[in-house]
Design a protein around this ligand. Structure first.
Ligand SMILES: *Cc1c(COP(=O)(O)O)cnc(C)c1O
Length: 324
């Protein structure tokens, strides 16, 4: 057994998106609610942190250090988990402090995390330096990689696949947002471990498919080895679609706005502007193009991120044209 602490509300429910399926005139769509993992507005990082924090505890750490974008959901969940388990936290964020503190950044301040702004310096370099400095100062730091995507984080999603299979929904496709690749690598390994027969389609959020596939395959191989199962994976075995990168990471376009609107107007369900909005936009476009057959069942894995709805520029973009 890999050491694990309990942070998430599991299993997350699977719900049927009947009205959305109807309006799209496509296959049946289900949603797995990892936006409801419970900790500090939830999201996929909470599952990963169950393993990462157990390891941090075992190694005698007192301070968690991680990094991400200004609106990083991973940083928010890490800061919250740190507080719950009695660690301090430092977050290395890309760019400069924005004038208005909102969304995840507001929550990170509220959680009391120390924030280091990387400016235009290389984010990995600043993260490393922050770690080295706290090590020298005797603060007992523990470094969590971007997105929590190492073998521990990915293992959480291997077991999430087991959880999904235990829910007996029998889906042909699992569609989700893929970025640092830990979620996808874990699902790929879990599919092999627990015998999922369907397909796993990652919609890339910020990277060309070739690169993301290689990274997922490498991490999946390392994770399989860590979990003691046989498995080498090649990039060709990993399904990634990079048709929906739009104007780049964190830039919400018309397709994302439409996806957010469809999910909220037909299902009362909120997506986020950066990850699930883009992944859902991709899924919707593929449905319209007839990529899936009408008899197939799709599961959209909702990975969270909704606090960014309340951050600019997203909130002003989304309120444009709304009455009241
Ligand atoms: C981090 C994140 C993802 C991507 O997960 P990876 O494991 O980094 O690929 C997807 N959705 C949301 C909301 C996230 O915060």
């Amino acid at each position: 057994m890999i050491p694990r602490i309990k942070l998430a509300h599991l299993p997350t429910p699977i719900e049927s998106l009947t009205r959305l399926s109807e309006v799209l005139e496509g296959p049946q769509i289900l949603v797995k609610r990892d936006d409801q993992t419970g900790l500090a507005f939830g999201g996929n990082k909470t599952r990963k942190l169950e393993y990462l924090l157990a390891d941090a505890q075992d190694s005698g750490a007192e301070l968690l250090i991680t990094g991400g974008a200004v609106q990083s959901n991973h940083c928010r969940q890490t800061a919250a988990a740190a507080n719950k388990m009695g660690f301090n936290s430092v977050l290395v964020l890309v760019g400069e402090r924005p004038e208005n503190v909102s969304g995840n950044l507001l929550l990170n301040r509220f959680l009391g995390a120390e924030i280091v702004w990387a400016g235009d310096k290389q984010r990995d370099l600043v993260l490393r330096q922050t770690y080295e400095k706290s090590l020298q100062e005797g603060k007992k730091p523990y470094l969590i990689p971007y997105g929590g995507s190492n073998v521990l984080g990915a293992s959480a999603y291997a077991f999430a696949m087991q959880e999904m299979l235990d829910q007996n929904e029998d889906v042909d496709w699992v569609v989700f947002a893929s970025s640092s690749g830990g979620t996808q690598a874990g699902l790929v390994v879990g599919a092999q471990m627990f015998g999922y027969q369907g397909s796993l389609l990652g919609i890339s959020i910020d990277e060309q498919a070739g690169e993301l596939k290689e990274r997922v395959a490498t991490l999946a191989g390392e994770t399989a080895q860590f979990l003691g199962i046989d498995g080498t994976f090649s990039g060709d075995q990993v399904l990634v679609n990079d048709d929906y990168l739009g104007d780049g990471y964190g830039i919400m376009g018309e397709a994302e706005v439409e996806a957010l609107q469809l999910f909220s107007r037909y299902e009362g369900l909120f997506l986020d502007p950066v990850y699930t909005g883009r992944a859902a936009a991709g899924m919707i476009d593929l449905i319209r193009k007839g990529f899936f057959s009408a008899e197939e069942r799709l599961l959209f894995w909702h990975t969270g991120g909704t606090p960014a709805l309340f951050a600019n520029p997203y909130s002003s973009q989304l309120s444009y044209g709304l009455d009241g």
